[in-house]
Design a protein around this ligand. Structure first.
Ligand SMILES: [Zn+2]
Length: 359
């Protein structure tokens, strides 16, 4: 398989097949973890994985994909690219590699960013025994971003409502209110869930199974839908310590960004890296999100709003449904050879930097 295009797939089933074939060709054994989510025809789905290197090795580099379902199109292409380009062979003798394909397969198969319970997994890693984080601003926006109807006067009124919110509070406040996570509207956007999601538990299980004996662990979590088109931004999360951030800057040539560092008011809650710290407290941890840009942010948000509207109102308009699904796919995955080449090149570069850094 030589063409970069061939690393990517048209749907979840093809992606899963390509990943497993590439794992076999790399001489490893594909692992499968049955998932609670179901595909569009009710079919069962799995998270797939592969471990290369002995369980006793001190270092582990993990690449996770599809935490946000539909973003698995991008992540799957990256994993197949790493395998087919034989980049795992560049690890040193002390390093094992764990690849995770479609951590949340429901959204991949059904073209959604959330899981089967409408949960945004990257807002789900909170302490569910404590009072849930509040997001009062979202409460004002919920009925506007998910209006009663997607067409006609009710939609127009909602758009006017959003415009006046933005005029009054600014675009930044609008984006923050939407995206920082909310724990009140189960059919809403960026809903963090009332309890640990299936994939949250599975992620901890994988970390325990493959990470518990390691001295050093690096996690590269591949996402799409934010930032400049085709560029993979290395993002740090608020929960990371200064020492971890400095280490990442060293590994990744000063390219890691931490947009929320120091500003607690706008910070996002419940990131998956929390589970790495909780599950592997004694390991030296370097966790980064590799975020690939696709379309402009307003186009991505509009696609997401459509998806949530479709889910919340359960429309039986087939034409509208197909249009909204296509828009979701386009918002997180670009059918463009240049984008695919850029994605694979960047993912390969960051993966090699991770191997070098940990070794
Ligand atoms: Zn994402």
């Amino acid at each position: 398989m030589s063409s970069v295009n061939a690393f990517f797939s048209a749907d979840y089933q093809e992606a899963r097949h390509k990943f497993r074939e590439a794992v076999l060709r790399a001489g490893a054994t594909p692992l499968r973890y049955p998932h609670s989510g179901r595909g569009p025809r009710g079919e069962s789905l799995t998270t797939d994985a592969a471990i290369v290197g002995d369980i006793a090795l001190p270092n582990l580099v993990v690449v996770t994909t599809g935490l946000h379902g539909v973003e698995g199109f991008c992540g799957s292409g990256c994993l197949v690219g790493l395998l087919e380009q034989r980049l795992l062979a560049e690890r040193n003798v002390d390093t094992a590699v764990l690849l995770v394909h479609a951590l949340s397969p429901y959204g991949f198969a059904n073209l959604r960013r959330v899981d089967e319970c409408n949960v945004d997994l990257n807002r789900n890693f909170i302490d569910h025994h404590r009072p849930l984080p509040r997001n009062d601003e979202y409460r004002n926006l919920h009925d506007l971003v998910i209006p009663e109807s997607w067409d006609g006067p009710l939609r127009q009124a909602a758009e006017i409502g959003i415009r006046s919110y933005v005029e009054e509070n600014g675009q930044r406040a609008f984006i923050s209110a939407l995206t920082k996570g909310q724990y009140e509207f189960p059919d809403g956007m960026f809903f963090g869930g009332f309890s640990p999601a299936f994939s949250n538990v599975l992620w901890r299980q994988l970390l325990n199974e493959f990470g518990s004996q390691r001295r050093r662990v690096c996690v590269m979590d591949v996402h799409s839908g934010l930032g400049p088109r085709g560029y993979g931004e290395i993002q740090f999360e608020d929960s990371s310590s200064d020492r971890e951030f400095e280490r990442a800057q060293l590994w990744y040539n000063g390219q890691a960004t931490a947009p929320d560092k120091g500003s607690s008011s706008a910070s996002l809650t419940g990131f998956s890296a929390t589970a790495v710290a909780e599950t592997l407290p004694d390991a030296e941890r370097t966790c980064v999100t590799l975020e690939f840009g696709t379309l402009e942010l307003d186009q991505v948000l509009l696609a997401l709003r459509g998806d949530h509207w479709l889910h919340a109102k359960n429309s039986d308009d087939e034409r509208l449904r197909a249009e909204i699904k296509q828009r979701m796919r386009d918002a997180y995955y670009c059918e463009d050879p240049v984008w695919k080449r850029d994605v694979v090149t960047r993912a390969s570069e960051v993966f090699k930097q991770s191997l070098k850094g940990i070794g």
